[in-house]
Design a protein around this ligand. Sequence first.
Ligand code: FAD
Length: 363
Amino acid sequence: MHGRARDPARQDEVFFGPFRRMLRASLAAPLENAQWTGITTRIAELLLEKGAVDAVLTMAPDPQDRWRPVPVLVTKAQDMAQCRGMRMGYAPLLALLDPARERGYKRLAIIGIPCQVYALRALEKELGFERLYVIGTPCSDNTTTERFHEFLALLSDRPETISYLEFRADYHVEIRFLDGRKKLVPFLQLPISKLPQDFFPLTCRTCVDYTNVLADITVGYMGGQGEQWLIVRNERGEELLDLLGDEVRLSEPGSAGKRAGPVKGFLANVERAAGGLPLRAMPNWLRPIVGWLMPRIGPRGLEFARARVEMKAVETVLHLRRQVPRRMRNMIPAHVWDLVRPYGLTPKDGEQAREGSDKSKSP
Ligand SMILES: Cc1cc2nc3c(=O)[nH]c(=O)nc-3n(C[C@H](O)[C@H](O)[C@H](O)COP(=O)(O)OP(=O)(O)OC[C@H]3O[C@@H](n4cnc5c(N)ncnc54)[C@H](O)[C@@H]3O)c2cc1C
């Protein structure tokens, strides 16, 4: 779909996949209840408004539980508003592809996280849509909605009043409540150690597609330093961005700080955890100081995004090596080994697909 694989001469493609350009972006008039400014929703609305697609396949909240994603086919632009925001959980997005065809939809847009888009691309040819637009968001980890509720219960005495949650790129979790209150919690103060080891499933902990490499455009925030972060990957992605016209403010993404230290620290902790040892806890008195320092001197902008992609790569290698080593040769693409090599992780015998075999090629 991009006409080429990652170009190792463009260093950032090793991290983020093939792209034409990356941008920092915000809607000039942010959409209410969107996860960030609502670029994802607005692109889909415009596709429907202009009649470029028959339907948009995306997730709406379950009427009984706002955190539970439910797949929906949206055909009216105004109905996209109900889908805004991030919900934690798995839901069978692609199960609505057949119903979409049965209803005679020929031009479709899909909003999906990487694992959904990966499966979609594998099916794309046989689905036979005349036109397919793929708006992807990054995804670091997902879990069941039930598990996510357990996490919310650790954050508040009244978890049912939490209406929004985001792991921001400035090392804080932002929590919003139904009454309009807002709370920022530094990552270091999160009750992560109270979560069970399998809070995130092995599939997420070994996912090598954080940035949704197979989407036409990826709409995230990680490299955006407080704004959104767009990765325009192909001609169709350009077309989607063009739809926004003056509604979107664009600028060059920034990059600051150095990722090597935090990634090394992360690796040491994952090694301890994978070996069944407790995480090396930082003394409580030091947490607020480091929490204050990280947004100021830690990796920021694209460097933050590179750090997170490297951390995911480290997790992939260490967790697979410990739990299902026989899967490594098929599940670890060559570029992931390039990402972890600077941290001393190299493939052992049998861990890498043979040169020239299809499985060794990165998307
Ligand atoms: C589980 C998860 C983890 C994420 N992790 C990261 C991350 O680490 N870094 C990063 O930059 N971005 C991440 N994102 C994406 C981020 O939360 C925003 O969705 C994205 O930045 C777009 O913001 P927006 O304001 O344009 O979205 P909006 O306009 O508010 O639209 C959000 C869209 O996402 C869809 N959606 C919501 N929940 C799900 C779900 N569970 N599965 C599939 N689609 C869903 C909605 O239906 C809606 O169409 C993650 C998203 C999810 C669902």
